[in-house]
Design a protein. Structure first.
Length: 245
């Protein structure tokens, strides 16, 4: 189904319980543009643009947020971690704990990303994401409308190629994250992302110091589950202390 049809169908089904969740990579900006066009065409739904501000984003991502706010005249909603949880984590493990072990990296992703996102998404019924099947891995089988999770995930670009995204970005003169021109192919937190070399996978620059088996994502599972069990213990200890502080 064409992306605009997916968006129209989602807006008519979910209305103002929808949100856009983006980190302002190319696909996310295309989604913002497509949805804003639909809203400017007279649809009265109010659809917030959400982004996770971990406190570790590169300056270029903040510039992208500013550029999108100016272009569309909207305020991007920054989802921030709980300050007391961050302070407890840094006090226990140091500011750069993510380099020390996979469980500590997952603890940081839990505290700075997963927990604040889960809290905010509890009031969201469905959300737009910029996933494409061509990105491979777990994304090969994505549905345009995925009802399997707590929130319905809508991926209007599921069928798009990287060239489609680049063409749309160029044709519509959309803002582009500065780090692409520095060789980045996937953009996350500043200390955990680097540029990729020719021939490396799109996400090779994320948590580059970990082995491929370890680094799927902060909320996914390693094959034997060992890291998750360890991070569960770290997180439980931390939350117990912050709850009683
Ligand atoms: S990507 Fe790195 S800095 Fe960002 S939340 Fe995860 S471990 Fe922490």
């Amino acid at each position: 189904m064409p992306a605009q049809d997916v968006i129209q169908s989602a807006i008519s089904e979910f209305g103002s319980s929808l949100a856009i969740l983006t980190s302002f990579q190319r696909e996310g900006v295309v989604i913002v543009d497509l949805v804003m066009r639909e809203l400017m065409n007279g649809n009265s739904a109010r659809i917030p643009i959400l982004t996770i501000d971990t406190g570790k984003l590169p300056a270029a991502t903040h510039r992208m947020i500013d550029a999108v706010e100016q272009r569309y005249g909207v305020a991007v909603e920054r989802i921030c971690p709980d300050e007391s949880e961050v302070a407890a984590m840094v006090g226990d493990h140091g500011e750069n704990l993510f380099y020390d072990s996979v469980p500590q990296r997952m603890l940081c992703c839990n505290v700075r990303k997963v927990r604040p996102l889960t809290r905010r998404m509890s009031s969201v019924g469905a959300y737009f994401a910029g996933l494409r099947r061509e990105q491979g891995g777990e994304r090969l089988g994505i549905e345009e409308i995925d009802r399997s999770g707590t929130q319905v995930k809508i991926s209007p670009l599921a069928d798009w190629s990287a060239a489609d995204v680049e063409r749309y970005t160029r044709d519509q003169n959309l803002p582009v994250h500065d780090l692409y021109s520095a060789g980045y192919t996937s953009i996350g937190c500043d200390p955990c992302t680097r540029a990729t070399a020719v021939g490396e996978g799109e996400r090779a620059g994320r948590w580059w110091w970990e082995s491929d088996a370890d680094k799927e994502c902060g909320i996914h599972f390693t094959p034997d589950g060992r890291a998750e069990r360890t991070v569960d213990v770290l997180l439980r200890d931390l939350l117990t202390r912050t709850a009683t502080a």
